[in-house]
Design a protein around this ligand. Structure first.
Ligand SMILES: Cc1cc2nc3c(=O)[nH]c(=O)nc-3n(C[C@H](O)[C@H](O)[C@H](O)COP(=O)(O)OP(=O)(O)OC[C@H]3O[C@@H](n4cnc5c(N)ncnc54)[C@H](O)[C@@H]3O)c2cc1C
Length: 370
């Protein structure tokens, strides 16, 4: 039996802790926050009863059957379809860009084949053969008009830089559809845990070999009694930022409440640059099977992450990648520590990928500890 200290009670820490506890090890999980579940944390608003996604909306979607079975063993999932709308220049459109968006935007009544031909022949910039940036990728596939309406302003607000400075890979995730399918995700399984993600993570951590200590920031002295440390905090923070700070975007949420139905949908993007926020989320719509008089909304603003802010999205531009390589080299030389999760590896990871990676790491750790 090994004594294992896990820093971070998010999905990475919880899934690894559970697997190692089941293998007979003694697990201590600490988190500086007052709750488990990391950024997936959900809690009920005491005034309205609405289940709020405290660090921004989380929709579970995956093609991975084993991961889907895993989360369903710890929570009752309700079917949920993520349909996003976008307000641009005083009109509301459907996202991701689909046949409805195209017809409404260009004032047409095209059928699928006609729309495909219309975009390819009159909109897409076919002179771009090997798109290098986000902007080139968008111009190549959707053309300037749709790019400027739905991607340019939103992306500038989200990332704080011109889309021409961002890698093309970011847009590969946003499909262009020639039918009326407005399901944001194309995965086989999609849903919401009925009682929220925090209850799900509490269930994962509920094992006699696991002790959880909240409001407990890590100090190196804590590792002295541990045989192994699993670190799901920021990679650069483990090394006291001695090589510099890895760049992140952070989010500010301006919370407001009202009664009834404020915007009629869960997520409304704002494409225009002049609107300072990227989107408004109305949390009761993430649980359409519940009914509440009141409503809780978040206006979401993105900006550069300062030392005291919550790191949300790794920037991963050229400079950050160089620094990341140096931190990864340090991490590889650090014995007795595994760096995991979205912060520990400085990558954007969806929940299903986070769980997949933890499940894949488990047998390696278990074998090593034997
Ligand atoms: C705005 C936003 C929206 C998202 N939406 C979706 C979505 O719709 N669908 C989806 O699949 N994924 C989504 N994700 C991704 C999802 O949040 C991650 O996959 C998941 O949170 C990763 O879990 P983790 O355990 O690796 O990290 P985290 O959840 O960040 O957990 C790390 C934990 O470590 C703790 N910690 C850090 N440093 C210390 C320290 N020094 N001492 C003690 N504790 C420490 C932190 O407090 C935190 O609780 C979204 C992410 C963001 C930012």
């Amino acid at each position: 039996m090994m004594n294992i200290l896990i820093v971070g009670a998010g999905l990475s820490g919880a899934v690894l802790g559970r697997g190692l506890a089941q293998a007979g090890h003694k697990i201590t999980v600490i988190d500086s926050r007052s709750h488990v579940a990391g950024n997936c944390h959900t809690e009920r608003c005491p005034d309205t009863g609405v289940l709020v996604h405290v660090y921004g909306p989380h929709i579970f979607h995956t093609d991975d059957v084993q991961v889907w079975d895993y989360v369903n063993a710890h929570a009752h999932f309700k079917p949920y379809k993520n349909s996003v709308k976008s307000t641009v220049d005083g009109a509301v459109y459907s996202l991701p860009v689909n046949l409805h968006t195209i017809n409404q935007f260009f004032g047409k009544t095209l059928r699928p084949d006609e729309a495909r031909a219309f975009i390819e022949q009159t909109q897409a910039d076919t002179s771009i053969t090997d798109p290098q940036s986000f902007e080139e990728q968008a111009l190549r596939f959707v053309g300037r008009d749709l790019y400027e309406a739905f991607f340019q302003g939103y992306t500038e607000k989200q990332w704080g830089c011109a889309p021409s400075a961002l890698p093309a890979s970011i847009l590969k995730r946003l499909p262009l559809r020639f039918n009326y399918d407005d399901n944001y995700f194309a995965h086989k399984f999609q849903g919401m845990p009925e009682q929220g993600y925090t209850a799900m993570v509490e269930s994962i951590l509920d094992h006699p070999n696991i002790d959880v200590h909240l409001e407990t920031p890590y100090t190196p002295a804590m590792a002295e009694n541990a045989d192994h440390l699993i670190w799901s905090g920021p990679l650069d923070a483990y090394f006291d930022h001695k090589l510099g700070r890895l760049g992140y975007r952070t989010l500010d949420f301006e919370r407001f409440t009202d009664t009834g139905d404020w915007q009629g949908c869960a997520v409304m993007n704002y494409g225009n640059r002049e609107v300072p926020y990227t989107r408004i989320t109305e949390h009761k719509h993430f649980a359409p099977w519940e009914s509440h008089e009141g409503t809780v909304c978040y206006r979401e603003y993105a900006r550069a992450c300062g030392p005291d802010d919550i790191p949300y999205y790794p920037i991963r531009m050229v400079e950050e990648k160089t620094m990341l390589g140096e931190y990864e080299a340090l991490a590889a030389q650090t014995e007795g520590v595994s760096f995991v999760g979205r912060l520990g590896t400085y990558r954007y990871l969806d929940m299903d990928v986070t769980i997949r990676e933890a499940l894949d790491l488990l047998p390696q750790l278990i074998a090593r500890f034997e």
